[in-house]
Design a protein around this ligand. Structure first.
Ligand SMILES: [Zn+2]
Length: 162
């Protein structure tokens, strides 16, 4: 079964984090924080509840980042402190992440993997295409994900039909 599980970021500003899962394989899209609301006195940052990832950590293959805003990468060090995962992103995003990992003393343990817009990453059984988007930070991408239950492949086929 294909599962698409938002751990945050829907209907709120911040906490962007989503799990894509098929059978024994999972990957994570983004790991963002939220800046606290006025009523959260004494709270510095808010991060997504990652229990589902903890419970399934043997399935998780990678974290894929869309862009370098804090609401998409701010929780990454807290995830990687617990679970060492390879990280995929564009050049600017990885540059920001590298500094963040140095700050948390994690840089020696984490593989940062460059993917350019237009390229496709394979995490069997998924194909993840990086698509350039315009945004208020540099080097942002959208992801077109082909899964065993559908995705970009069939849509492309439909467009080819007269
Ligand atoms: Zn953004």
């Amino acid at each position: 079964m294909l599962k698409i599980i938002p751990l945050g970021g829907l209907g709120e500003i911040g906490l962007n984090m989503m799990v894509i899962e098929y059978d024994e394989v999972m990957f994570i899209i983004d790991a963002g924080l939220m800046f606290p609301e006025d009523y959260m006195l004494g709270v510095d940052i808010v991060i997504p509840a990652m229990d589902y990832i903890r419970e399934n950590k043997d399935k998780v293959q990678a974290v894929i980042l869309t862009h370098a805003h804090e609401d998409h990468i701010g929780a990454l060090p807290y995830l990687l402190k617990e679970i060492r995962l390879p990280v995929y992103g564009t050049a600017f995003t990885l540059g920001i992440v590298r500094n963040k990992l140095i700050e948390f003393d994690l840089n020696k343990y984490i593989d940062l993997n460059l993917v350019n817009p237009g390229e496709t990453l394979s995490i069997d059984p998924f194909e993840i295409e990086f698509i350039r988007v315009s945004h208020s930070t540099a080097d942002g991408v959208g992801l077109a994900i082909t899964t065993p239950r559908g995705g970009r492949g069939p849509y492309r086929g439909l467009q080819d039909q007269p």
